[in-house]
Design a protein around this ligand. Sequence first.
Ligand code: SF4
Ligand code: SF4
Length: 376
Amino acid sequence: MARVNNWQIGRDMSYWYAEERPRKQFAAVFDINKCIACQTCTIACKTTWTSGRGQEYMLWNNVESKPFGFYPIAWDVNALDLLGAGDWKGNTYQGRTLFEAAREGERVLGCPPAADDYANPNLGEDDALDTGALINKGLELLVPQAVWFFYLARICNHCTYPACLAACPRGAIYKRPEDGIVLADQKKCRGYRECVKACPYKKVFFNADANVSQKCIGCYPLVEQKEQPRCFKNCIGKIRNQGFLSRPQDAREDNPIDYLVHIRKLALPLLPQLGLEPNVYYVPPINAPKTFLKQMFGPGVEQAVETYKGAAQDPKIVALLSLFGCTPKTIHRFKVIGGDVAGYDEKGDEIVRVPVKEPAFVRAPMNGDVPRLNVT
Ligand code: SF4
Ligand code: SF4
């Protein structure tokens, strides 16, 4: 085991390989507050990459309703259960990561899902109440109680310290030095499924037909053409933005991902305490209990929710969130110009410009002799 730095848990930790960061790190921000669970992203991915034999149950992108939705069943509950309680002191995680808690002879503390765990892709959708528990207590009619849920869109996190990569005895999983995308080499893989067991997010899938593991490829053919992945381009709610993340000490104020993750700390990693340094970041929902959110997104969640609620005080946040979903290209820099916000590519050429505030047009109440019902 090597000692590596994990900024998300505020300390060094043990990992199977030495720290070797890519030249650029693929990263994304999802604004949970805007997701409508339309599953367009899921279908965009499914029809592009996983419509083949042995891939029937594979959802490289899925959207689940928290707290009672999971795919596969209980993936997060199982990971947290394995690790046990671990507290934070400020921004430093005091417990053990999945690498540090590995059993004798193993590289990662993992658990293999059962085949049945993949049988219900959208279990718990829109469930706001644990009806099973209520019915068991004979309380099914005693609603209302605190009612809340939110949608969690998920893809592979293209982790800085991938558990799938660490666990593979064949060295079949690798992280590309040019963009940090994590791929599974189909020729090297022998279908041992150590990666499936190790990934706590359960974003590697086993293809029984081909006897290999397969996973989200970050749409690297698009990324190589400076374009965002399919699930980003097709997002109806415009909740997603893909770009590249710097290390905290190198954060640039004009990099959209850096600004939201490092500078305003508005977007947070999913289950940072597991130790993988995942690279999909979430603007947390403002309607869920803080204790639940803290477990899911770490200690910065209260501040992030307050920052989001007060976003009007920071015109750059409002402007940047307005850019989400407005271009298929990857935005490397952004700038607020008067009432507009512009995005630029890697060379500095402008690729998109949108108004920060949508213009409103008020039409005459009558169209000739015909009344208009909607005048805006
Ligand atoms: S989310 Fe899972 S599959 Fe993706 S890089 Fe991390 S450990 Fe590997
Ligand atoms: S397409 Fe966008 S809004 Fe629709 S479910 Fe996916 S992430 Fe949510």
